[in-house]
Design a protein. Structure first.
Length: 300
């Protein structure tokens, strides 16, 4: 159930929201979300936070300034200006912060401007600030686009601006990415989106991982994935050819050529390789979906 009540005040467990507009409520009557048109200060476990109240600002998104869970706990806050939020990897400025029901930080966006014809991604990126993050036994000097966390507080994923590039070390070689990476809760690498030209030496041969169909906006569920012990689990490739030898016969599989839906031009579409205990499963957009067991598999 929702209703609009212009210019009203709403009392929350964190303080009073002033000049409330576009407020929505749960069926219980508990405030679900609201925008505000006047400076309001909320006292939270992360300090005094000020929700966005200048909705007419060219850069600002027209969206709720605060949302709440059904029990009244803070679910998200879109801040007037980036404010420091304490995390397991240090104090980080955030313009949008979301939380788990118990109050733990779920997701931080250092910047959260409206990208469009009047405010471009390049404009937004000029405001981005680099931070030093210690993850994967490395130190990354990078401007985050978004950082997500497990309920425990450990980092779950780091998404970066496409203008940035970071390099991550793996047992197979270094992987550079312009997207970011995903972690297990233990802190080890779970997945990463490699840039074109990445080269890894695997037990099957040299692999050139790259997803030509990558249109990702975040760094979770990436095409190059690993087990918690660091072993390669899956990859996409357009450069590598797979050689299958079984029963005295050889077979070669490579990335298919498809028509680009946007340009109509012919291009390569990635093969997806899934490695499991001596076998490999190969998938592609043409419908190929085969499992090869007890075969000699090599990447050439």
């Amino acid at each position: 159930m929702s209703r609009k009540q212009m210019g009203k005040e709403r009392v929350t467990p964190y303080g009073t929201l002033k000049s409330v507009i576009n407020d929505e409520y749960y069926q219980s009557g508990q405030l679900k979300s609201a925008m505000v048109e006047e400076e309001s200060v909320l006292e939270t476990p992360y300090g005094r936070l000020i929700p966005n109240y200048r909705c007419s600002d060219l850069r600002k998104k027209y969206r709720e300034a605060v949302t709440f869970f059904q029990d009244g706990r803070l679910e998200s806050i879109y801040l007037e200006t980036p404010q420091p939020i304490q995390t397991s990897v240090g104090c980080m400025d955030a313009e949008l912060a979301t939380f788990y029901p118990d109050g733990a930080v779920k997701r931080l966006f250092p910047l959260y401007g409206q990208i469009g014809g009047y405010w471009t991604e390049e404009n937004e990126y000029t405001l981005a600030k680099k931070v030093k993050l210690q993850l994967l036994n490395q130190v990354f000097d990078v401007a985050p686009l978004c950082i997500t966390f497990f309920p425990s507080g450990q980092v779950r994923s780091l998404t970066i601006w496409q203008q940035e590039t970071i390099a991550v070390d793996t047992r197979y070689g270094q992987v550079k990415t312009k997207t970011g990476f995903e972690l297990f809760e233990s802190g080890t690498l779970k997945s990463i989106e490699p840039v074109f030209g990445t080269s890894l030496m695997t037990e099957y041969g040299r692999l050139y991982p790259y997803d030509s169909d990558n249109y990702r906006l975040h760094a979770e569920g990436n095409s190059l994935s690993f087990a918690e012990n660091g072993k390669l689990l899956s990859a996409k490739t357009i450069q590598s050819k797979i050689k299958i030898e079984k029963d005295g016969k050889e077979r070669f599989i490579q990335a298919p050529t498809v028509e680009d839906p946007l340009t109509g031009a012919r291009r390569l579409s990635s093969l997806r390789l899934i490695f499991e205990d001596g076998s490999v499963k190969i998938e592609d957009v043409s419908g190929l979906d085969e499992q090869f067991e007890n075969a000699m598999i090599s990447i050439i």
